[in-house]
Design a protein. Structure first.
Length: 566
């Protein structure tokens, strides 16, 4: 402590680069401080520090981290406690640029594997960003001393001494229960579960927080679809189980169809208590797919949906710089199937109409020989029968899907009803007279192999790999647009994707390994070495990353405009 204080006094008033002298490790009363990276300018990205709690003062109980999902729950809890402590201490911001800033990569409603806090059996590390104070580009040594000797100790004390162990154990138990539901889905051939009493709507279109309970309609399962699950820690829960197969969500406009689907697409992640969706659990391979006009497609086999294009254009290795709604949606489906998705989530509101349906009248006017698109209605049953791929589909305008459905959920004033029998009766009574166009089988799902020249991260004389918020990655001279990758939920996931693409390009994209195999190898390394492994600050301070799913990483690579498939 004294050594750091002496250094700050010595560099007070000097040029900002003199802050480099304080890099290193220092012993405080209850923790060790590691200053890993010092920013070169008060307007640059903040400095990176680690707080290593001393085992003599903060011990980790073995059962807190005896499974990977428990470890994630504990790390998430401690990151939230630290973020709350920072808000309570409210560090003063004096100086220019980021001066005085203290921050942690704070979690949202989802519980994700992060690098903000690392909990091991013999060590707890908290990774923070700090804006070292300056006036102009002159060091404010006294303000820096205030941060290190007053603000940081206050944050540590509020967050960890004493630790609210009862709340921590409650979060661990919640993670046990969520994993038990995921296991139940697999054992009972279900693709999703929505608990009775769940609050599905959000505060607004730009907020992921739950709508206040007095404004929302709590979820209540139809009796015919209700299941009861015995959970760990003495809890039993009831709610709607959605079986494998083809499930339609129908109903009038503004009655909650898309709200239910949105909850299901976020159900691939665990949520915190009080989110309203903490017991909305979806098969973790479920992928939301939609139309995406204008995206680039590189050698994807879209022939199950689109063939016989004019001028003999090949659709078994289809490429375009500017996909239409139908070709983009076909490519999106085939790409997630390539990565092993077992559930498709589709909303007709964000789908291409001509991709979803072709009615009998249009079939009579434009015969199949002149129509390259095989609509999804003729492929959805084949997907399940041949490949075991389930679909949950929001439909409001086409009853032709009634013939293909195993289950039909009708939303009426935000309450679900089982309309399966009614839909089947309508389908039997009102024949649609349309012809099936799906052919004898679904077709092939083909794995593709990226060429090494796909991944050129150079921009001028330097490599440029940088995430820009939630939806954009700068990779060399290319910008990857992820605006329509709807299950990407945190900017820290986007940062991780940028790093993972760069690492994958250097280690596994040698032109011989398929994209799914290369991604699998990368994730095995992450599982073995931890998420820190993918950071360019490996061994120092990778405190702002969250683990994406393989599907979102693959989606980013597929949207890289320099991607070349052999």
């Amino acid at each position: 402590m004294q050594r750091l204080a002496n250094k700050l006094k010595r560099i007070n008033g000097k040029g900002y680069k003199a802050y480099k002298d304080i890099q290193g490790s220092y012993c405080f009363d209850r923790y060790r401080l590691h200053i890993d990276y010092v920013q070169g300018d008060p307007f640059a990205s903040p400095s990176r520090i680690r707080i290593e709690l001393l085992p003599s003062d903060f011990s980790v109980k073995p059962d807190w981290i005896n499974t990977s999902f428990r470890q994630t729950a504990v790390e998430d809890f401690l990151a939230r406690e630290t973020a709350q402590a920072i808000r309570q201490v409210n560090p003063p911001r004096r100086g220019t640029g980021t001066s005085g800033m203290v921050a942690i990569d704070e979690p949202g409603q989802e519980i994700l594997k992060r690098t903000a806090v690392r909990v091991l059996k013999d060590k707890v590390e908290v990774r923070l960003s700090v804006g070292l104070p300056a006036q102009g580009r002159r060091i404010l040594g006294q303000e820096a001393e205030r941060i290190f000797f007053q603000v940081l100790p206050a944050i540590v004390n509020r967050a960890f001494f004493p630790l609210d162990e009862a709340r921590l154990v409650k979060q661990i138990q919640l993670s046990d229960q969520q994993e038990a539901i995921r296991a139940y889905l697999k054992e009972h051939d279900l693709v999703a579960f929505v608990a009775n009493g769940a609050i599905l709507p959000r505060q607004s279109g730009i907020s992921n927080r739950p709508m206040p309970k007095h404004q929302a309609v709590p979820f209540k399962s139809p009796q015919s679809m209700e299941v009861e699950i015995a959970l760990p820690h003495g809890k039993t829960i009831r709610g709607m189980g959605i079986p494998r197969g083809v499930t339609l969500i129908v109903g009038g406009g503004y009655h909650g169809k898309s709200t239910l689907l949105k909850a299901l697409e976020r159900g691939v992640y665990n949520h915190i208590e009080g989110d309203g969706r903490e017991f909305v659990i979806t098969d973790d391979t479920a992928c939301k797919v939609r139309a995406e006009d204008g995206r680039r497609v590189e050698k994807v086999n879209i022939s199950p949906f689109i063939s016989n294009l004019p001028f003999g254009k090949d659709t078994t290795r289809f490429s375009t710089e500017d996909a239409s709604g139908s070709t983009s949606q076909a490519a999106n489906i085939m790409e997630v199937l390539e990565m092993g998705a077992k559930v498709l989530l589709i909303d007709e509101d964000t789908s291409a109409t001509n991709f979803m349906i072709r009615d009998a009248r249009m079939q009579r006017l434009v015969h199949k020989g002149k129509e390259p698109i095989t609509p999804f209605v003729d492929k959805v049953r084949q997907l399940y029968r041949e490949l075991g791929i389930s679909t949950i589909l929001v439909v409001g305008g086409s009853g032709d899907y009634f013939d293909q459905a195993d289950h039909v959920i009708m939303m009426d004033e935000y309450r679900p009803h089982d309309a399966t029998d009614q839909a089947r009766s309508i389908a039997e009574t009102l024949h649609n007279n349309r012809q099936q166009e799906g052919g004898a089988s679904f077709g092939q799902v083909i794995s593709r192999t990226p060429h090494p020249r796909s991944f050129n991260a150079r921009k001028g004389k330097k490599e440029k790999v940088d995430a820009k918020g939630l939806h954009h990655i700068q990779y060399g001279t290319s910008t990857i647009d992820l605006a329509f990758v709807e299950q990407l939920v945190d900017p820290s996931q986007t940062r991780a994707i940028a790093n993972m693409i760069h690492m994958l390009a250097k280690q596994w994209a040698e032109g011989k390994t398929s994209l799914p195999d290369a991604i699998d190898q990368l994730y095995r390394q992450v599982e073995k070495k931890g998420l820190d492994f993918i950071s360019p600050f490996y061994g120092q301070h990778p405190g702002d990353l969250a683990l994406p799913r393989k599907f979102e990483l693959a989606a980013a690579i597929n949207r890289l405009r320099t991607l070349q498939i052999d």
